[in-house]
Unconditional design. Structure first.
Length: 214
């Protein structure tokens, strides 16, 4: 049996590696309950990290597939957008209107996500895209690339843009900040994220083992 985090990856495993469909099990990742109780950064945390009052946020490593050059061009194209914060491994620092936080402990990361004006994930490819669900759990708008795994995980609760389209990404960020979500939209975001639990992941994994040994 092969376990994959999304159906998108399962399809690719079958197509590229020739694995039969009945030997692939989708075991979606989960969202820790703490994300649903996350609150924006306190004033001391904002001061310690030099966080602006409003900011766009990217969470993750800066590998080639993450699309950071596209995001930086889209951000620079519109000086009216809030500063951009990049949270992930690497040195901290400030480059114009772009702040790198470096690695953050979980409790600080949850606060930084909860305080964001929007989370952006402009990846060329993803296997799952956990930051999307974590942001939705915090009721933070999400803008991400329209690639199979992110489209699947977002479940209609994020703004999707074609990968590499700088203008479309910039426009989507402006729209995400300009349109206050209704109570129904906020409830739908959290309900969608709440459907992804580690218990569900564990049960699906156990089912894969049972199928493999049965």
């Amino acid at each position: 049996m092969v376990c994959t985090p999304t159906q998108a990856v399962a399809d690719r495993v079958c197509e590229r590696l020739g694995v039969p469909e009945d030997q692939v099990m989708v075991t979606p990742l989960g969202v820790d309950a703490a994300w649903f109780a996350a609150r924006p950064p306190t004033l001391p945390l904002r001061r310690r990290m030099n966080l602006p009052a409003e900011y766009l946020l990217f969470v993750g490593a800066s590998g080639p597939r993450k699309g950071l050059p596209v995001l930086r061009r889209a951000h620079a194209a519109n000086p009216e957008l809030p500063p951009l914060v990049l949270a992930g491994p690497g040195p901290a620092g400030l480059d114009g209107r772009v702040l790198r936080t470096g690695f953050l402990p979980d409790v600080d990361l949850r606060s930084v996500v909860a305080g964001a004006s929007a989370l952006v994930l402009p990846s060329r490819d993803e296997g799952f895209g956990l930051p999307v669900l974590e942001a939705l759990a915090c009721n933070v708008p999400v803008v991400c690339s329209d690639v199979p795994a992110l489209r699947e995980v977002a479940g209609g609760q994020a703004s999707l843009v074609p990968y590499g389209d700088v203008e479309a990404l910039s426009d989507a960020l402006v729209k995400a900040l300009a349109d206050p979500p209704s109570a129904a939209v906020l409830a739908a975001r959290r309900a969608h994220a709440a459907g992804f639990t580690w218990r569900r992941c564990a049960l699906a994994t156990v089912a894969a083992y049972r199928r493999a040994t049965g």
